[in-house]
Design a protein around this ligand. Structure first.
Ligand SMILES: NC(=O)c1ccc[n+]([C@@H]2O[C@H](COP(=O)([O-])OP(=O)(O)OC[C@H]3O[C@@H](n4cnc5c(N)ncnc54)[C@H](OP(=O)(O)O)[C@@H]3O)[C@@H](O)[C@H]2O)c1
Length: 349
């Protein structure tokens, strides 16, 4: 296992994080998996054995059941790992049972602590933007949680870059705790975050925890051009994330992943994970696994090194168009670019 600093925090995390969206597996999470406490204990054991020190969950995964299973599976070993969880989704029918209000955040944190059976959350992440609640209210509520010792670090997930910047500026103005990380969807299937969210992470020193790094299984090599969706997978059971806008590009990318995987004697999934880990600002990939065989395969990704030529092939086959104003910035071939700018424009100059 390898370890990286989480943004500018003092926390060191493994480059592979254990995802738990399939723990429980009730309600909307049902297509993802049905891992019970015993299964979770085995997955956590395998992950820890491989050196993983971070587990990611969320209050809304199976309506609290995922957090409960993580808590039970860890038991008295709680301090052997860091726990990240999230707040924002609906945890009840009431009009105030969701969002990023002070009311909901404090109550949700208390409930997550109870379900996890712990006295602190290591990384508390805002699961999604809330356009109604003033950021001053949200960030001061998080600050109270950190000051009371119930939360160690805070982060966001699924924010747009302007929303991240507004939140960082608000924390700074309030003298309140600031995000140390963003949790974002990023894979060879869709490299959207490279446009603004990666540059903002580099510029502001935020770590990136990548969710769905093999696109929920799409990049594992079992989805092939012209073939039916394989039975027993989440797609087969109607799971629609991430959306696929360009099927040809996806299958071209899978072909290259399989070729590179064959050259190394490893799976396409492992190559997809290694690619993501090689990208700027990425701290850790959060892996999901329905089976222990998948988990073993994915855990080994931390040790797979791809050559510059292999990374270049994968970059080329999955390339996305440069949107405005970035194509214009690239066309003017400016000389005054930071590392954040170059992470997007470098290859276009
Ligand atoms: N912040 C957010 O909004 C957000 C959103 C989603 C997820 N997350 C977090 O990210 C974690 C990972 O997300 P994810 O589960 O979508 O990640 P993923 O690693 O992209 O997909 C995992 C799925 O791919 C298939 N798979 C995994 N490894 C495989 C292998 N080696 N060979 C073949 N198939 C394989 C399995 O599904 P099948 O068996 O069904 O094919 C597995 O459940 C979640 O557990 C959660 O903690 C966060």
């Amino acid at each position: 296992m390898k370890y990286r600093q989480l943004g500018r925090s003092g926390l060191i995390v493994s480059t592979v994080t254990l995802g738990t969206m399939g723990f429980g597996g009730t309600g909307w999470a049902s297509p993802v998996g049905h891992i019970d406490v015993d299964g979770a204990r085995r997955q956590i054991g395998m992950a820890k054995e491989a050196g993983v020190n971070l587990i990611d969950t969320a209050d809304i995964y199976s309506n609290g059941l995922s957090e409960e299973i993580v808590g039970k599976a860890l038991g008295s070993d709680r301090d052997s790992v860091l726990i990240a969880t999230k707040v924002r989704g609906a945890m009840g029918e009431g009009v105030n049972d969701l969002g990023l209000s002070r009311h909901h955040i404090i109550r949700a944190a208390e409930s997550s602590l109870r379900r996890l059976g712990t006295d602190h959350i290591d990384l508390y992440q805002l699961h999604e933007w809330d356009g109604l609640t003033p950021l001053e209210e949200t960030l001061s509520a998080l600050d109270v949680l950190v000051k009371s010792g119930k939360v160690r670090y805070i982060g966001c997930s699924n924010f747009a870059a302007w929303q991240v910047m507004k939140a960082l500026w608000t924390s700074d103005r309030l003298g309140a705790e600031s995000f140390v990380s963003q949790q974002l969807y990023y894979s060879l299937q869709a490299r959207d975050i490279e446009t603004e969210l990666v540059p903002v992470s580099i510029d502001q020193g935020l770590g990136i925890l990548v969710w769905s790094p093999i696109a929920g299984g799409l990049l594992s090599g079992k989805y092939r051009r012209g073939q039916d969706v394989p039975a027993g997978t989440r797609r087969f059971e109607g799971w629609s994330e991430p959306p696929v806008y360009d099927e040809d590009k996806l299958y071209d990318t899978i072909d290259v992943l399989l070729e590179i995987g064959a050259a190394h004697g490893v799976s396409a999934a492992r190559v997809a994970l290694a690619y993501t880990l090689a990208k700027p600002a990425v701290t850790s990939v959060i892996i999901g696994a329905r089976t222990e065989a998948q988990l073993a395969d994915n855990l080994a990704a931390a040790d797979l090194e791809l050559s510059a030529e292999e990374l270049e092939r994968l970059d080329a086959v999955s390339a996305q168009d440069l949107p405005y104003p970035y194509w214009h910035q690239a066309n003017t071939k400016p000389s005054r670019l930071s590392a954040a700018d170059l992470s997007l424009l470098g290859r276009h100059l």
